[in-house]
Unconditional design. Structure first.
Length: 494
């Protein structure tokens, strides 16, 4: 019944979205005049293509692209699923990302079709549509949560599990009544009565501050009886590794009775490892992956890498020429290339402006005793292999500029852990290899935290893993901004 209710809400949302997009279209067309008025009154200095727009029928392609673009993007991002577990930020993110996608789609269509349509109109259209979609979803979410706090539109569930996962789940549900999920009972599916009594006492003790835990169902038969005696909407299975046969029996029982079932995908309770579900044909698959995993933000990160690195390669071409002339003041090639390890251990050729004398790598064995870094990485102050011009390049990280090409072709990223040498990776501990789970970058936390002033390799790894575990697009932007003064001031560079 609740699922049917949500399908009605979802259908109404789709209709509402389309009406908002149409309203935003007309609002942008007829509201652009007010922009001209306030631009003149407030002396904002905004530039417009002209005071009058073409007849409205000339702008209908924008409306068509907008309707299709928003529909496809919102569907792809899961905007029409249940809001029960959605955060306010996620709803606003849906509106923001879909508006950016639609703006790019409209801009591409106008460019291809050579349509003389006002850019200020297009910008105003997506802004109004995005704000409308965000406000609509925020209002619906607040209304539904207000309703649920008063005992309406809730789901009654049985939690089959009494271990750590069950405690975490119950604690989260008790702290978020707006989700409308009511735990009707807990169940212990194990056969040992002693284990059941001990687990029941522990569960009551750990949840005493959050909820009143009544009788705990024991075994499959008592759960089956509860499904007959009470109105249960869903059965949640946690801590399932030791009770797989019982879980299978209850899954079949619930399927026969039409009761929805959910299994905690974090089957093994592996800390930082994230889990998810997908389907291959008709087979459900559970995926376990460490952060950052796969997300639309990573795709956007890659798009930013391509655009920024491509633009910098073109704009800095004169700088590349000047540096090349300086490098040639010592014998040898302009570029130094070295095999490095990238994403998940992929080998690639990393490029740098040569800052050392020719065959410097062959002298590394003789200098190992002067290594100032604890661990497999070699760092040495006043390295005798570095040329005079090379010291200048390293001081301001100019020797790294050719890696913009590695970024452009997808071997590296603007931000990410520095790419290691294969020989170093062979000395890594097991957990250290997680540095390879993200595309290596030109800069990361290490670069803006003192670089060569950090002496311990474990500290360097800790910074990289902290970056990976807490990755976000906004964090990348902040690191890029922090890199600029670090490079200009030569902080920690040698």
């Amino acid at each position: 019944m609740l699922k049917q209710n949500w399908r009605v809400i979802s259908a109404l949302e789709r209709i509402g979205d389309n009406l908002l997009i149409v309203a935003a279209f007309f609002g942008a067309y007829y509201g652009r005049t007010s922009l001209l008025y306030w631009n003149e009154i407030l002396e904002l200095g905004l530039r417009f293509e002209g005071e009058a727009l073409l007849p409205i029928q000339n702008y209908l392609p924008v409306l068509l692209v907008g309707l299709i673009g928003y529909s496809v993007t919102l569907n792809a991002m899961g905007a029409y699923g249940s809001m029960r577990l959605s955060s306010v930020w996620r709803l606003f993110k849906l509106a923001l990302v879909s508006s950016i996608v639609v703006f790019l789609m409209v801009a591409a269509a106008l460019f291809v079709l050579k349509l003389p349509i006002s850019r200020s109109f297009v910008a105003l259209f997506v802004v109004l549509a995005g704000c409308g979609l965000a406000l609509q979803r925020y209002t619906v979410l607040k209304f539904l949560r207000y309703w649920r706090r008063r005992g309406r539109n809730f789901r009654s569930v049985i939690v089959c599990g009494v271990g750590e996962q069950a405690v975490r789940l119950a604690r989260e549900l008790s702290q978020r009544p707006e989700l409308g999920i009511h735990v009707r009972a807990f169940a212990d599916l194990r056969d040992s009565e002693l284990d059941q009594r001990m687990a029941a006492n522990r569960l009551r003790a750990e949840l005493s501050e959050f909820m009143q835990v009544g009788r705990i169902l024991a075994g499959v038969d008592e759960v089956a009886q509860a499904l007959k005696d009470y109105a249960i909407d869903e059965v949640l299975f946690t801590d399932v590794v030791a009770v797989m046969p019982q879980v299978e029996d209850l899954l079949l029982l619930c399927a026969d009775q039409g009761v929805q079932t959910t299994i905690a995908a974090d089957i093994f309770s592996i800390g930082l490892v994230k889990s998810g579900i997908s389907y291959f044909g008709g087979m459900p698959l559970i995926h376990f992956q460490t952060p950052p995993g796969d997300s639309w933000e990573l795709a956007l990160k890659r798009a930013i890498d391509v655009v920024v690195s491509g633009a910098l390669l073109v704009l800095m071409a004169p700088v590349f020429v000047l540096i090349s002339i300086g490098v040639k003041t010592s014998p040898g090639p302009v570029l130094f290339k070295q095999t490095r390890m990238g994403l998940n251990g992929r080998l690639f050729q990393m490029y740098k402006f040569r800052s050392m004398r020719v065959n410097a790598e062959q002298d590394l064995t003789l200098l190992r005793t002067n290594n100032e870094m604890n661990g497999p990485v070699f760092k040495m102050k006043n390295d005798p292999r570095v040329t005079i011009f090379g010291r200048f390049l390293r001081r301001f990280s100019l020797d790294e500029l050719p890696q913009l090409w590695n970024v452009f072709v997808g071997e590296m990223s603007l931000v990410g852990p520095r790419p290691p040498i294969p020989g170093e990776v062979g000395l890594y501990e097991r957990k250290t290899r997680r540095r390879l789970s993200m595309r290596p970058g030109l800069t990361c936390i290490w670069q803006v935290s003192g670089r060569n002033n950090i002496k311990d390799f474990d500290d360097w790894v800790a910074l990289d893993l902290h970056y990976i575990d807490n990755w976000s697009l906004s964090r990348d932007i902040i690191l890029l901004l922090r890199t600029i003064p670090a490079v200009l001031l030569g902080t920690g560079a040698r």
